[in-house]
Ligand binder design. Structure first.
Ligand code: AP5
Length: 219
């Protein structure tokens, strides 16, 4: 059952494969606000071979961050859509100080849920991930397998392994995260907007912490 929460703007923050997308999908269902995932938007643009997709493909393949101005424009267009009028969950944005500053100019964020997971678990989560190319549902061969191997439970499509989930690219994405994205944790902490979420437990345990943090926000 969807519960509509008026004007709740959340950021799901964390390193690659920490579980941002998994949690964002569950929160979106729980609170009736859309997940806005830059990675999903970019992969769709690549698959559709749009001008943006052609420009961004090599960044994704190498695990590098796309240019701030391109990403900010993408977010601006997405959050201007009617389904975002009661709020949204940003997943994968912001990822640089420049993006954080742009976001601040755009709107006020209520809460940043920052998922903390150790490095080796991140690699294991990424290389075992399988995703649905059609509806973006996320699975894991060990931690969250679909009922029928290789098939999306939500839409029946054949699951794929993302190109950037090869171990070498994953390690590069983690390095990029450390250098360019991790400093945002302290930035948001100083603003009093950040809550640490222990991401080492199972999917439901992580979700419960997020719901608790949001319930404090709504008091
Ligand atoms: P993006 O798609 O955002 O990738 P990411 O940040 O690396 O995050 P992931 O999608 O890898 O992981 P996630 O945290 O969502 O974890 P998930 O829930 O899937 O970005 C891809 C690329 O796009 C970037 O490299 C960059 O090139 C570009 N890009 C995107 N945003 C950008 C921006 N703002 N600026 C510039 N460039 C940008 O979970 C991972 C796995 O773990 C799954 O298999 C899942 O089933 C499993 N799992 C989840 N939770 C748990 C748990 N609690 N226990 C065990 N397993 C779990």
């Amino acid at each position: 059952m969807h519960r509509l929460v008026v004007s709740m703007k959340l950021v799901i923050f964390g390193p690659p494969s920490a579980g941002k997308g998994t949690q964002a999908q569950k929160l979106s269902k729980q609170y009736g606000i859309p997940q806005v995932a830059t990675g999903d938007l970019l992969r769709k643009a690549v698959a559709d071979k749009t001008p943006l997709g052609l420009k961004i493909k090599s960044y994704l393949d190498q695990g590098k961050l796309g240019p701030d101005e391109v990403i900010v424009q993408l977010i601006k267009e997405r959050v201007a859509k009617p389904d975002c009028k009661n709020g949204f969950l940003l997943d994968g944005f912001p990822r640089t100080m420049g993006q954080a500053k742009e976001l601040e100019r755009m709107t006020d964020i209520d809460l940043v849920l920052s998922i903390v997971v150790d490095f080796e678990s991140l690699v294991e989560r990424a290389v075992g991930r399988r995703t649905c190319p059609k509806c973006s549902a996320v699975y894991h061969i060990k931690f969250n397998p679909p009922m029928n191997e290789g098939i999306c439970e939500k839409c029946g499509s054949k699951l794929i392994q993302r190109d950037d989930d090869k171990e070498e690219t994953v390690r590069n994405r983690l390095k990029v995260y450390q250098e360019q994205t991790a400093p945002l944790v302290e930035y948001y902490r100083k603003k009093g907007k950040l809550v640490d979420i222990d991401g080492s437990g199972g999917i439901d345990a992580v979700f419960a912490q997020m719901v608790k943090a949001i319930s404090h926000l709504k008091k």
